[in-house]
Ligand binder design. Structure first.
Ligand SMILES: [Zn+2]
Length: 304
């Protein structure tokens, strides 16, 4: 017995080593079904699958949290946004940003504010706005004592930590009088930077706003572009794309939506530039995780 024991030990050791190698190989393989993991020190940007609407969650490397838009309605909040935040262990938001008071961005906001605590509400403040969900949002912000900040280019500070500067690039006064949509044209545009990685969140801006941003000669370069206006053909103009130089385009759109978003002409512009496309209508929620140098993208469904 005593002589056989070392042999058994050796076999056990080899088995452990082989299993360990197998596990390492398996863990190293990209798997789109695996949720992206963030330990501390990473930037997370998630374009949530709220159908033909927008809701984007951001967690900075220092753990600060921001939600940009809140979907169409209560159902999006209860069925998608809150369950996602719960899975991420998020029970409060440092910032709640409304890009513009259209239903597919503001609709879920009253229900959201009822469900978790928010420190600061970033408001585009468009005059004469009558959307009911927007008015209810403003009432709740006031009632709950949430700090409200008017969003204007160069005047609004969003603090996600020193290592993650956020620039608020639009809207600016005087607000744009766009023939197609006043609200879309005066959406909040944010550029988030972490190390050498840039993320551009564009609400529903179209050509007029893109042109205005280009006129400022801002450094728009961002590897990650949340595609403006759900992939409308009136947005993502060639000049804008050439300034942003995105490597990946994230589209938030509803399956079979009546607008035909994202538009084939827009997709062609991405294709011509070798920009990789991700879309919530086919792949579900899209998560980007970055260490400030590289980034990894995972999607809830394979799709595409
Ligand atoms: Zn929209």
């Amino acid at each position: 017995m005593r002589r056989r024991r070392p042999l058994r030990l050796t076999i056990s050791v080899w088995l452990v080593v082989l299993v360990a190698i197998g596990l390492l190989l398996w863990a190293g393989l990209p798997d789109e079904k695996q949720p992206a993991t963030t330990s501390g020190g990473e930037l997370l940007v998630a374009v949530l699958d709220v159908g033909q609407a927008d809701s984007i969650f951001v967690r900075s490397p220092s753990g600060r949290t921001m939600l940009v838009d809140a979907g169409n309605e209560r159902k999006d909040v209860e069925g998608v946004i809150l369950p996602y935040l719960q899975r991420r262990g998020v029970s409060s938001l440092d910032y709640l940003v409304l890009t513009h008071p259209d239903q597919d961005h503001v609709g879920g906001m009253p229900a959201l504010i009822d469900s978790l605590s928010v420190s600061t509400f970033v408001d585009p403040v468009h005059p004469d706005e009558t959307n009911q969900a927007y008015l209810q949002t403003l009432q709740r912000v006031q009632r709950k004592g949430i700090k409200a900040v008017k969003a204007r280019r160069g005047q609004t500070e969003i603090d996600l930590g020193a290592d993650t500067p956020v620039q608020l690039l639009a809207p600016e006064d005087p607000l744009l009088n766009d023939d197609r949509s006043f609200n879309n044209a005066n959406s909040i545009v944010l550029r988030i930077r972490f190390g050498s990685v840039g993320v551009l969140l564009t609400g529903d801006i179209e050509e007029t706003t893109e042109d205005r941003l280009l006129g400022h000669h801002d450094d728009l370069h961002s590897q990650i572009l949340k595609v403006p206006h759900h992939g409308s053909r009136y947005s993502s103009t060639p000049a804008f794309l050439d300034a942003v130089q995105p490597e990946v385009a994230l589209v938030s759109a509803g399956e079979g939506n009546s607008y035909g978003h994202p538009h084939s002409q827009t997709l062609e512009r991405f294709d011509q530039r070798g920009i990789e496309l991700f879309r919530t209508d086919q792949q579900g929620t899209i998560e980007v995780v970055s260490d400030g140098q590289q980034y990894k993208i995972t999607t809830a469904k394979k799709g595409g």
